[in-house]
Ligand binder design. Structure first.
Ligand code: HEM
Length: 461
């Protein structure tokens, strides 16, 4: 009930809806015995986290902090979502009216710009085998202080009705890197507020109809064609994005911005900040164009209160910066609010993999898999994740007096090299060659995360 959730959330005023978590394990599974799975699922449903649970958890954490208490509060969360294959395996043949979901992420890999080879008339993508095997029916996300316990609860209850295809262990980075992704930038700052669900927005925060994120809610562009059980569910994108951290850092060191008066180390920091559109602290370059401003970064009243009109050219923020490509704000105001709001997503990503070792930094070379378990929710995949990835890959977006080039963070060009413009504020039309992709897609899948009612009435037996 959105009204009840909205009421509950008023106390903790979160900017985003997911569970605040330190650890999250993703279990990708294949259903091996449909009848047993449906039976066992019924037993698992009471353990699945609802939006009301999340609101209560957020309030409890808020109270814990306000009372000056130390340490972690014990929260648990289990989330369950199904691929198109999984929904069909369970004998549900309704059309969810989302063509990208129906085709699955593998079929979309080439269009998304993922790396791979064309062999004859097929495209062989460089994904990890688990995502290429056509075996993934569902995803269980477990998070809590003791993640093993939540994970065991899922596997024990579902018993031998399923087979593990892949397990990915995500975790918040240690110490002062908490909340920062592996390149070092604070992540999860800008999230859309959801009308009549989340509390009043912070200045600059986009406000979207619930149906942009939640299927079957007001504002869902496909409202009239959804099967009734899909209402209050959401499409979940999972992407395994490897990050080449030492290589990224070396590129910044080798290409400092020669701003008047900036020593090389600061010029490198500035280049990184202009690639993302925010400094590592989270301060937006739109408001802090030459030097980091940690106070601004920490101030929720100010850290999202910009729209690129402060300097409408690339003086403050490049057109191709990651946050400007994915959310162009007032750049598209001439097309009306739907040009940006329709393409909103709710991001719930978490890093995976170990910290970079001194040896990797010495050799400027990545030795193991690390990156971002990118997770986002939306009601239409083609409007949300796929639209943003396409913009990141489109050198002409946003249309400006100069060609912006690729989003240097997530822009993909298959196996070909990339260039980006505007990274140097003193020479804005200069083109910078990016030697390879610093973020490499290793695959993923599209899932549908049903409401508890749908799990009870349609999925479980
Ligand atoms: C914002 C990093 C992948 C969409 C951000 C921010 C960082 C970041 C540091 C700024 C902080 C914030 O507002 O949360 C990364 C990294 C990625 C990645 C390192 C890959 C490893 C993606 C992907 C998408 C995406 C795949 C969608 C296709 C967004 C959006 C924003 C954002 C929508 C908020 C923009 C705004 O409203 O200002 N990302 N991101 N990111 N990212 Fe990413």
């Amino acid at each position: 009930d959105p009204a009840a959730i909205s009421h509950l959330l008023r106390r903790s005023q979160p900017r985003r809806l997911g569970i605040p978590k330190r650890v999250e394990w993703f279990l990708f599974f294949k259903i091996t015995n449909v009848d047993d799975f449906k039976k066992y699922l019924k037993e698992l449903i009471p353990a699945i986290t609802t939006s009301t649970d999340i609101a209560e958890i957020r309030n409890a954490i808020n109270d814990h902090k306000n009372e000056g208490k130390q340490g972690l509060i014990r929260v648990s969360g289990i989330n369950l979502a199904f691929s198109n294959r999984g929904i069909q395996t369970l004998g549900i043949d309704d059309d969810l009216t989302d063509p990208s979901f129906t085709s699955g992420q593998l079929a979309r890999a080439q269009a998304l710009g993922d790396q791979g080879q064309i062999i004859g008339d097929t495209f062989d993508v460089n994904w990890i085998p688990a995502f290429k095997g056509g075996d993934i029916d569902g995803l269980a996300g477990d998070c809590e202080a003791s993640v093993v316990e939540a994970f065991n609860r899922v596997t024990n209850v579902l018993g031998n009705s399923f087979k593990e295809v892949l397990k990915v262990k995500g975790g918040v980075r240690p110490g002062k890197e908490k909340g920062h992704e592996h390149f070092g930038f604070l992540n999860g700052i800008s999230q859309p507020a959801i009308l009549s669900v989340t509390p009043p927005p912070f200045p600059g925060q986009a406000v979207v109809d619930p149906g942009i994120i939640i299927v079957g809610a007001t504002g869902d562009p496909n409202l009239s064609s959804r099967p009734s059980w899909a209402v209050n569910g959401s499409f979940l994108v999972y992407r395994q994005l490897n990050q080449l951290v030492p290589e990224f850092s070396k590129f910044l060191v080798d290409n400092p911005i020669h701003e008047v008066g900036l020593p090389p180390a600061e010029g490198s920091e500035l280049l990184g900040a202009r690639f993302v559109g925010r400094w590592k602290s989270g301060a937006p370059v739109a408001l802090a164009p030459t030097h980091d401003d940690p106070e601004l970064a920490a101030d929720k009243q100010r850290n999202n209160n910009f729209d690129f009109s402060e300097a409408a050219d690339q003086t403050n923020c490049p057109f191709a910066a990651h946050i400007r490509k994915t959310n162009p704000r007032s750049d598209l105001s001439r097309f009306g609010p739907s040009a940006t709001l329709l393409h909103s997503i709710s991001r719930q990503s978490i890093p995976f993999g170990p910290e970079v070792t001194p040896e990797e930094y010495r050799e400027n070379k990545t030795h193991c898999d690390r990156g971002l378990s990118f997770v986002c929710y939306q009601s239409v995949l083609a409007n949300g994740f796929e639209f943003m990835q396409a913009r990141a890959n489109n050198i002409h977006f946003p249309v400006k007096q100069v060609v912006p080039g690729f989003d240097p963070i997530i822009g993909q060009n298959g196996n070909d090299t990339r260039t980006t413009q505007g990274s140097d504020p003193t020479a804005q039309s200069n083109s910078l060659s990016l030697p390879f992709e610093f973020v490499v897609s290793k695959g993923g899948e599209y899932f549908f995360s049903p409401s508890i009612t749908a799990l009870k009435t349609k999925f479980a037996a």
